[in-house]
Design a protein around this ligand. Structure first.
Ligand code: NAP
Length: 477
């Protein structure tokens, strides 16, 4: 029997695979729905796609890349990094491509994983590494299906559509939109940006690394590590306190955002429309040098009236105005909840994970849940962050999983329900005091609960994940 089946070849799945190989464990496969590795960096190819965490931190600590071209690397370079990583670590021979997993069921110490094309695999351990943001969400606007022009989601960019000379509408102004709008604005004849709620945006201060900087990073790994540590400190000691509501840092961050806006947006009425009415940090703080300059362009219009319907040729807003568009781009985010939405997971006694999580997803330290022995999640419930690198956190989750696998040996390991409940109750109590809870809806939330984000610092995350409390688990041989 296969020892471990991993689903997904993004940063999480490949990290676990590399660490298994480092231990001399070759008995695993990775099931990948696409024909290439890369996860979100394979799927999001929209113009302007780039990292929103500096790449020195948004990369594996054990596989530094001294040749990043920019501080915040562009999508093609991140995709190449992850693809080279898979190749250099000889992981590709473990990957089974075009395997869209539809179900995973547990019985008598064995997981059975089935794919859409009829394949079935059995394993001792089952690890989901499918990420939190991979199911594109397109709102069901009235009339959407009658629209005659080209339309697509930001994560399903149609590169055959030439935007040159076109009247384009972009719906949504989140992290994806903030990156693609400046690029679309350069090409399109006109661009209308449909904003429902504005974001707090802070200047990135991006620039290409010089040849000397790259040389230093290559020749002196200790300096590169120190630099990475410095970036981590900014997230941990500047942004995280803002999410906790630290007064002075919050005020300074808001001032920085307003300052940036004022530099480019001269019309006070427009500035008012672009100023959020919710606490900074409640939604992802966006980092951009080019968003406000793009909105200030002659060919760009900010539309804050709600969309009442989509017609054959464009968009009608609630004030009765019609906006003609040749192309519509949905930068409207992803279904982040429920977790593992597309996979029918059943655990002990055939209990469905959908039923288990009917009131919202939760898991012990985001990795294991009672009733599902030998099942682990990478980037599971309450593991996301608003202030640091997911890759950094994935490494801690991988260490946690490896330790649990060692403890299970040839048998099974399952988190007990009491410590899982205690963890979850405590997490929700702490989360309710953070900025994320102070807003009605965002992709971090499922109803009233913040289901996606970790309630503490990344220091705490690393410490707790890397030091499992084995008394919280039942182990059987
Ligand atoms: P998002 O942050 O969820 O933004 C979706 C946008 O669509 C929001 O402006 C939202 O408005 C709008 N929207 C949704 N439904 C709407 C409706 N019915 N009518 C009008 N507007 C609607 O999605 P995203 O931009 O794809 O980003 C998601 C996450 O992905 C980010 O927070 C970030 O963590 C990650 N991301 C990372 C990178 C990177 O590192 N390079 C890049 C992109 C994304 P409301 O705000 O009013 O709901």
């Amino acid at each position: 029997m296969i020892k471990t089946i991993i689903i997904g070849t993004g940063f999480g799945g490949l990290c676990l695979a590399a660490k298994l190989r480092e231990r001399g464990d070759d008995n695993f496969i990775i099931l990948e729905k696409a024909s290439e590795v890369g996860g979100t960096w394979r799927e999001n190819t929209y113009p302007g796609a780039e990292c929103d965490i500096p790449s020195a931190l948004y990369s594996y600590s054990f596989a530094p890349n001294p040749t990043w071209d920019f501080k915040w690397a562009k999508q093609p370079q991140i995709l190449k990094y992850i693809q080279d990583f898979a190749e250099n670590r000889d992981l590709l021979r473990h990957v089974k491509f075009n395997q869209n997993v539809i179900s995973a069921s547990y019985e008598a110490g064995q997981w059975t994983i089935k794919t859409a094309n009829g394949e079935s695999y059995q394993s001792q351990f089952f690890v989901s590494a499918i990420g939190q943001l991979h199911v594109p969400a397109i709102p069901n606007f009235k009339g959407k299906s009658v629209y005659k022009g080209a339309s697509f989601h930001s994560a399903q960019w149609d590169h055959k559509v030439d935007l040159k000379g076109k009247a384009v509408g972009v719906i949504g102004v989140g992290a994806s939109a903030a990156q693609l709008i400046p690029e679309v604005a350069k090409t399109a004849k006109t661009l209308t940006v449909y904003q429902r709620s504005p974001n707090w945006i802070i200047n990135k201060g991006d620039r290409p690394y010089t040849r000397i900087e790259k040389w230093v990073a290559r020749k002196t790994p200790s300096i590169a590590r120190l630099y990475r540590f410095g970036i981590w400190c900014q997230g941990e000691f500047v942004i995280w306190p803002i999410i906790k509501g630290a007064k002075i840092r919050t005020k300074l961050a808001k001032m920085a955002s307003q300052w940036e806006m004022k530099k480019y947006i001269k019309d006070p009425e427009m500035r008012a429309k672009l100023t959020p009415d919710y606490p900074i940090g409640a939604k992802r703080i966006l980092f951009s040098d080019s968003y406000y300059p793009a909105l200030a362009r002659e060919n760009v219009t900010l539309e804050t009236q709600a969309i009442s319907q989509i017609t054959a040729n464009g968009i009608e807003t609630r004030d009765g105005k019609f906006h003609a568009h040749d192309v519509l781009i949905y930068a409207t985010g992803f279904y982040s909840n429920p977790f593992l939405k597309e996979i029918n997971v059943t655990g002990l006694m055939g209990r469905s994970l959908k039923e288990h999580w009917k009131d919202g997803a939760y898991a012990y330290l985001g990795v294991t849940t009672h009733g599902y022995p030998n099942m682990f999640m990478l980037y599971g419930p309450n593991t996301n962050t608003g202030h640091t690198s997911i890759v950094h956190k994935l490494e801690a989750q991988v260490q946690h999983i490896l330790k649990l696998m060692d403890k299970a040996g040839e048998g099974t390991i399952e988190v007990k329900s009491t410590p899982e409940k205690a963890f979850n109750d405590n997490a929700q109590k702490r989360l309710s005091k953070l900025a994320w809870a102070k807003i009605d809806a965002s992709w971090y939330k499922d109803g009233d609960r913040v289901t996606n984000n970790w309630p503490g610092s990344s220091t705490e995350f690393k410490r707790r994940l890397e030091n499992p409390v084995f008394e919280h688990f039942d182990v059987s041989s």
